[in-house]
Design a binder for this molecule. Structure first.
Ligand code: FAD
Ligand code: NAP
Length: 339
């Protein structure tokens, strides 16, 4: 056997919520061959499995009675280049933020707004990561993924991935069917900068800076450090819920009662309402019970202050969903993957 099988492994160091649960089996793979051997083991046991990158978008509510496949695939290469673009192929176990830093230092544009998002490159397509007006799909070229049932490797292009708002085909039809091995991004040599978000504009004004790839990268890092809890200090998985898209009718109905409600038009028929505002209106901002709660600065982030069980955090999430539904008739959908 070319892999290191571990038994009864505590997943606390492998999830940013810092939930202590045990996985029956655990294999970290550093090559595609190791992964293929691990899959032979998996098939011989017929047990559940879960691919794990940085564990920054998962909440474990119970012990995992199966095999964790921890992604250790590393490496990156430029596969094509012309006057306008560069195509970079990156192995899926690479750290996302380190990739952003590498691209910013090379002056390649497109992912600077996505600085400081924790986790791996391979997880980025799963929910089409996004922040400050940019999404992975804007620079996505292709990915290679291993189909777990057949062992075949397939290439997916942009149109195959059904990317949506924090969504892709890998969260739906192909959920848990593929392991993403590499991701190829097409980055700009003549960057198109996006600094539309108010926090970024304020940062530029305050520090008297001109927009550039590097300055957007620095602005995003600085704003995020100020606003978001560091998972190394307080367990969390970023935004727990997606920002809801609501119909025009419902939007006008709520706005009549709450004229100060922030909102962003998505198209003629749909509005985006920040989930953080809805949660705050329901009185949850800064809520704390024992060792878990709602972050005092960002109510969209649920936090584990100590050894809180994942089940309690999940129950809190359900209570928040119920109160938002009751007050606004909006159903908040979790962004975090719950196991
Ligand atoms: P994991 O948590 O390990 O996995 C997430 C899901 O993807 C799981 O279902 C897993 O099975 C699957 N998966 C992981 N790797 C693979 C693979 N190689 N092949 C197939 N399936 C795989 N997200 C945003 O979109 N925008 C943000 O701005 C943002 N900010 C965050 C800030 C903080 C402080 C935190 C803690 C999280 C934030 N997130 C954000 C969420 C999270 O960082 C991203 O979703 C990230 O892409 C998850 O990467 P990961 O490697 O940790 O994935
Ligand atoms: P923010 O800038 O205070 O904005 C609040 C909400 O309003 C965000 O959800 C954002 O939607 C929306 N918004 C703000 N300005 C907008 C604009 N110009 N056009 C369209 N929508 C706009 O949000 P924040 O909490 O500090 O987060 C900043 C960014 O980082 C956001 O993009 C957020 O999604 C991202 N983030 C994500 C996570 C995560 O775990 N997923 C965690 C932290 C931060 P969008 O969410 O669609 O951008």
């Amino acid at each position: 056997m070319n892999f290191n099988l571990r038994l009864q492994v505590n997943l606390l160091p492998h999830n940013t919520f810092k939930i202590s649960v045990i996985s029956d089996y655990f294999i970290e793979f550093f090559s595609i061959e190791m992964l293929q051997e691990a899959l032979i083991f998996l098939k011989s046991r017929k047990i559940p499995y879960l691919v794990l990158g940085g564990g920054s978008n998962v909440l474990f509510t119970q012990n995992f009675r199966g095999l964790i496949l921890k992604n250790g695939l590393k490496g990156k290469e430029i596969i094509q280049e012309d006057n306008d673009f560069v195509w970079i192929k990156v192995y899926s176990g690479e750290n996302w933020h380190e990739l952003v830093e590498f691209c910013v230092n090379s002056n390649w544009g497109g992912i600077e707004n996505l600085a400081l998002i924790p986790g791996t490159v391979g997880a980025a397509p799963i929910q089409n990561i996004g922040a400050y007006g940019a999404e992975l799909k804007d620079v996505f070229f292709s990915l290679e993924a291993l189909h777990i049932p057949s062992g075949e490797i397939r290439t997916f292009f942009l149109q195959d991935c059904a990317f949506g708002y924090r969504d892709s085909i890998f969260k739906r039809e192909y959920k848990n069917l593929y392991i993403i091995l590499t991701v190829t991004l097409k980055l700009q040599k003549k960057p198109v900068l996006n600094y539309s978000y108010a926090d970024v504009q304020r940062y530029f004004e305050k520090n008297d800076l001109q927009p550039s790839i590097y300055n957007i990268f620095q602005a995003v890092i600085s704003i995020r450090k100020e606003k978001l809890p560091d998972p190394n200090e307080v367990g969390n998985a970023g935004s727990f819920f997606k920002n809801p898209y609501v119909s025009r009718d419902l939007f006008h109905h709520i706005q009549a009662k709450y004229p100060q409600m922030p909102s962003y038009p998505v198209d003629n028929q749909t509005y985006k309402i920040p989930a953080a505002w809805l949660i705050e209106q329901c009185g949850w901002k800064g809520f704390r019970s024992g060792n878990y709660g709602v972050h005092p600065k960002q109510p969209l982030v649920l936090v584990n202050y100590g050894n809180a069980p994942g089940k309690q955090i999940y129950e809190l999430a359900q209570k928040i969903q119920q109160s938002v539904k009751q007050k606004f008739d909006i159903e908040l959908e979790p962004e975090v993957n719950i196991f």
